[in-house]
Design a protein around this ligand. Structure first.
Ligand SMILES: O=C(O)c1ccccc1NCC(=O)[C@H](O)[C@H](O)COP(=O)(O)O
Length: 272
C-alpha cells in the first residue's frame, strides 16, 4: 500500500463518520443558502492574457505525514488574514484530519475572516466532499489524478463546476497530465512531492510544465523553501505556486509572501 492509499483509507472512514452526522440532503440544503463561489480562476490570472506576475496559493497546514507537526496554529483566521494582506491570490485550507490535523472548522473560521478565494484542500474521493466543500464556503477543490479514475475526474469536475467552483487538478507524471487535460482541466498543478513515496524533487516541475497546454494556469506545488525555489518554478513556467510549510513555520508570513511574489515576478520578466 502506498502512502496515498493509506491516507485515503482514513479519509473515507472520516467522511463516512461525517455523513452519518450530516446527510447529503442536508448538505444540499446548506449549499442553497451560502454565498456564490468566488472566481478562483480569475484570481489565479486565468482570464488575463498577460500573466506577468506569480500568484501565491498560501496553505494553512498544521501537520504532514512527511514532517509531523509543522506549526501550532491557534488562530487559522488570523493566519489567513496575514496571507491575504501579503497578497495571496487563493488560501488553501487543509481539512484532512487524521494525517494533517485540519478540519472543516478551520475552513469555516477562514471563510468568516477573508474574502480571498478558498481552496478546500483534501483528498477528494466522493461527491459528498464536494458538496461539503461548497457548504463550508470553498471556491476551489483539489482533485488528485493519482487517486481517481478518469470517469471520477470528469464527474467530480462537472459537479464542482455546477456548484460554481473551480478545480485544481494535481499531477505528478506525464501520463497524469494527459489524463488531466483529457478531463478538461484548466488549473493544473504539478506536485513535486511524490505522494506514493513522499520524495520531493523540484526538477520534476521543469520536466513536466511544458506538457501543459497554453491557456491553462500552471501551479507548482510543494517544496518552496526560499526565494530561489520560487524563481526556479517561475522560470520553468509556473503561473502560481502552492506553499505550505514555509509559510506556517515563518514568523512573518505576510512578508514572506511579498518576497516570494517579487522573486516570481523577477523570474517571469526574464522568462518573457
Ligand atoms: O506534505 C506532505 O507530507 C504530504 C504527504 C502526502 C500527501 C500530501 C502531502 N502534502 C500535500 C501537499 O502537496 C502540500 O501540502 C502542498 O503542496 C504544500 O507543500 P509544502 O509547501 O512543501 O508544505
Amino acid at each position: 500500500m502506498t502512502v496515498l492509499d493509506y491516507i485515503i483509507v482514513g479519509v473515507r472512514e472520516d467522511m463516512e463518520a461525517r455523513r452519518a452526522q450530516v446527510s447529503l440532503e442536508e448538505l444540499k440544503e446548506r449549499v442553497a443558502g451560502v454565498a456564490p463561489a468566488r472566481d478562483a480562476w480569475a484570481a489565479l490570472g486565468g482570464s488575463s492574457p498577460d500573466r506577468n506576475d506569480l500568484k501565491v496559493i498560501a496553505e494553512i497546514k498544521r501537520r504532514s505525514p512527511s514532517k509531523g507537526d509543522l506549526a501550532s496554529i491557534a488562530d487559522p483566521a488570523s493566519l489567513a488574514a496575514q496571507y491575504a494582506d501579503g497578497g495571496a491570490s487563493v488560501i488553501s485550507v487543509l481539512t484532512e484530519q487524521r494525517r494533517f490535523g485540519g478540519s472543516l472548522a478551520d475552513l469555516d473560521a477562514v471563510r468568516a475572516a477573508v474574502e480571498t478565494p478558498l481552496l478546500r484542500k483534501d483528498f477528494t474521493v466522493d461527491e459528498y466532499q464536494i458538496w461539503e466543500a461548497r457548504a463550508h464556503g470553498a471556491d476551489l477543490i483539489l482533485l488528485i489524478v493519482a487517486a481517481l479514475s478518469d470517469s471520477e475526474l470528469v464527474r467530480f469536475s462537472a459537479l464542482s463546476h455546477e456548484l460554481g467552483m473551480n478545480v485544481l487538478v494535481e499531477t505528478h507524471t506525464e501520463e497524469e497530465i494527459e489524463r488531466a487535460v483529457a478531463a478538461g482541466a484548466r488549473i493544473i498543478g504539478i506536485n513535486v512531492r511524490n505522494l506514493k513515496t513522499l520524495d520531493v524533487d523540484r526538477s520534476v516541475f521543469g520536466s513536466l510544465a511544458g506538457l501543459i497546454p497554453a491557456g491553462a494556469v500552471v501551479v507548482a506545488e510543494s517544496g518552496v523553501r526560499s526565494a530561489d525555489d520560487v524563481a526556479h518554478y517561475a522560470a520553468g513556467g509556473a503561473n502560481a505556486i502552492l506553499v505550505g510549510e514555509a509559510l506556517v513555520s515563518d514568523a512573518t508570513p505576510r512578508e514572506r509572501i511579498t518576497e516570494f511574489k517579487a522573486a516570481g515576478a523577477a523570474a517571469i520578466a526574464v522568462r518573457n
